[in-house]
Design a protein. Structure first.
Lengths: 226, 403
């Protein structure tokens, strides 16, 4: 499913080269539930960005669904992100001037889905996330938990095979956080590959497979016996 | 791929979302377009005004102006009338020696107080002869015009305009009554029919006296102009040359007068005022360019303000091209609405000018309207290229990190 080999990512800071990722090799199978943990600066977010095709490795090969996606053009990359990958961000990243429905419909808008189809599917998805009565609310009229659920409804609208969550509960209170985690795990149970980046051990330990990163390298990679 | 309707709908949504910014941009753009429309319509109005004024004179008219100009087309003496040698009444009479000249009217103009009893009024005074009536197409309301006769003999008679008559005589019949022009007394022999303004004079306000009387009154032996008329348009050029030769002979071989045809004057004014309109339009277009640069600035700010949104859009599957198109559409919509509002402002401005100055035929020329709209669209689009491209190239990781 996800196959990284010899991935390096170097940043130039002043005249120094920082190795954010150094020779990362990682295989994640379809339907896995993986958490990536580590202190800040360990490279976990960089890794997630590369898996999400938001960032390109300096060297190495990344295969998604057996397809080498390392050297894709901007257009091809965009369509892979759109069709196969869903993102859930710590700060939700909803467009403030659009209502819940329009936010959820955004990926379909970019994909050129017709407006009636967009409305139908976005409404369905929002209802599925318990937001049927919040369809026309703008983000500033929603609670943190509701915002993150809108973001999830958006992340799943294109039925991605991989869901990438970067500190999904970071900005939420305990109750809302639990709710969101339950939803993410529910999606994983239905077959979606789930990768969660966090430095919250409680969240990280819920995953079947836990990866610890230190200084841009994978330190430990354990599958908990459940 | 997104279709055009979706792109436009999304951009409209963005524009209505950032209301203040959108309104300010539209105002800037529309002021530019409006300025072009209003200013060029003023220039065009001036041109039409002058052309109309001249057309009210005959078309087979030759004008003699004291003072020499180097080239036939320009008319430095037309406004000032300075000359090394006076243009005399004898010069004027000599023109009738040309067989092509059918009518001739010398012209002397001054300003003097016209009074009757305690009623006083400052009026333009025209000194001329009998043929002036036909040449200028004047009509007599009551009485008669200056009778034909020896133009060199001063006579104490005058013909007055409608307003002047009403001011001085009220409802009394003015014919045969005496009035004072400056220090002299004149008998009213006629009242002109109302004609309104012509060549900068309000015909209703003037008093017309024999040219010789005017020369005495103003102590000015030199004429301001001589009008000469030919029977046919075809003989205009030949008559002009003859007049030139007659005056050259009389002036000891010096060509120190300017002889122009009505057509030449008209063409010159037409050209001058057209150029003026272009110049004014060009100046106004600068404000459009400023509006364009403003568009670019605002779009650049929009790109940096919406960095995280652009990053998000990329994460959701927007390609660089789609981002570019969205920003591009936004700028295009802004300029289109700005141009439309500007046209409305311009049209309202032209209407207002016409209401305020009914005799001034202000009208925006079509080319100016088209140029304003096209310039607005092009500046809007061109100046949004750079911001749109910058947006498209934003690195999603960096942009998502911002919030």
């Amino acid at each position: 499913m996800i196959s990284l080999s010899g991935i390096e990512r170097n940043f130039q800071v002043g005249d120094q080269t920082v190795h954010a990722l150094a020779n990362v090799n990682l295989d994640i199978g379809a339907g896995e539930y993986v958490s990536i943990m580590g202190p800040s600066g360990s490279g976990k977010s960089t890794l997630l960005n590369i898996v999400g095709l938001l960032d390109r490795p300096s060297s190495g090969i990344y295969k998604l669904d057996d397809r080498d996606v390392t050297g894709l053009s901007d257009e091809e990359e965009a369509s892979v992100r759109r069709d196969k990958i869903g993102f859930v961000f710590q700060s939700f990243h909803l467009v403030p001037r659009l209502n819940a429905l329009e936010n959820v419909a955004l990926p379909m808008l970019l994909a050129g889905v017709s407006i009636s189809e967009r409305h139908r599917r976005a409404t369905e998805n929002l209802e599925a996330y318990g937001l049927g009565d919040r369809i026309h609310h703008r983000p500033d009229q929603l609670s943190g938990g509701q915002r993150q659920r809108v973001a999830m409804a958006r992340a799943t609208i294109m039925r991605p095979v991989v869901l990438l969550a970067d500190e999904p509960t970071g900005n939420l209170d305990r109750a809302s956080g639990k709710e969101v985690v339950a939803l993410l795990e529910g999606l994983n149970a239905s077959g979606v590959t789930l990768v969660v980046v966090t430095h919250d051990p409680q969240l990280g330990q819920r995953a079947r497979r836990q990866i610890h990163m230190v200084d841009g390298m994978i330190d430990t990679d354990e599958v908990s016996p459940q | 791929m997104m279709n055009l309707t979706d792109v436009l709908r999304f951009s409209t949504r963005t524009l209505t979302g950032f209301r203040t910014r959108t309104i300010l941009m539209i105002v800037a753009m529309s002021i530019g377009v409006g300025a072009v429309v209003v200013l060029t319509s003023l220039g065009e109005g001036a041109r039409r005004y002058v052309v109309n004024e001249f057309s009210s004179l005959g078309t087979n008219l030759i004008i003699v102006i004291p003072g020499r100009t180097e080239t036939g087309g320009n008319l430095p003496g037309l406004m000032v009338g300075r000359s090394p040698r006076d243009l005399t009444l004898e010069d004027a009479l000599a023109l009738l020696r040309s067989s092509r000249v059918t009518r001739m009217a010398p012209l002397n103009i001054g300003s003097a107080q016209v009074s009757r009893g305690r009623l006083k009024r400052e009026s333009p005074i025209i000194g001329t002869t009998h043929d002036f009536k036909e040449i200028r197409g004047l009509e007599i309301g009551q009485g008669q015009f200056i009778p034909p006769g020896d133009p060199t003999a001063p006579q104490s008679i005058c013909v007055i305009g409608q307003n002047l008559s009403r001011e001085l005589f009220g409802n009394l019949p003015p014919i045969g009554k005496w009035l004072r022009v400056g220090e002299r007394r004149f008998r009213v022999i006629g009242v002109l029919a109302s004609k309104g303004r012509s060549l900068g004079f309000d015909i209703d306000e003037v008093a017309i006296i024999p040219v010789a009387s005017a020369q005495q009154l103003f102590n000015q032996p030199s004429l301001l102009r001589i009008f000469a008329e030919t029977r046919h348009r075809d003989s205009l050029e030949a008559a002009r040359d003859e007049i030139r030769n007659i005056l050259k002979d009389r002036h000891e071989g010096d060509e120190d007068v300017t002889v122009v045809t009505q057509d030449a004057v008209l063409a010159t004014f037409d050209r001058i005022l057209r150029t003026l309109t272009y110049a004014v339009g060009g100046i106004a277009a600068i404000s459009l360019a400023v509006a364009g640069i403003l568009t670019m600035n605002v779009m650049l700010i929009a790109v940096s303000q919406r960095t995280s949104e652009i990053g998000l859009m990329k994460a959701l599957g927007a390609s660089g091209r789609q981002i570019r198109n969205l920003f591009f559409a936004e700028a295009a919509l802004l300029s289109a609405v700005g141009a439309a509002v500007g046209l409305a402002i311009g049209a309202a401005g032209v209407l207002a000018i016409r209401q305020l100055y009914p005799q001034f035929p202000a009208a925006a020329p079509m080319w100016a309207v088209a140029a304003a709209v096209i310039t607005a669209s092009i500046t809007g689009v061109v100046f949004s290229l750079m911001p749109a491209r910058r947006a498209a190239r934003l690195d999603p990781v960096v942009s998502l990190a911002k919030r």
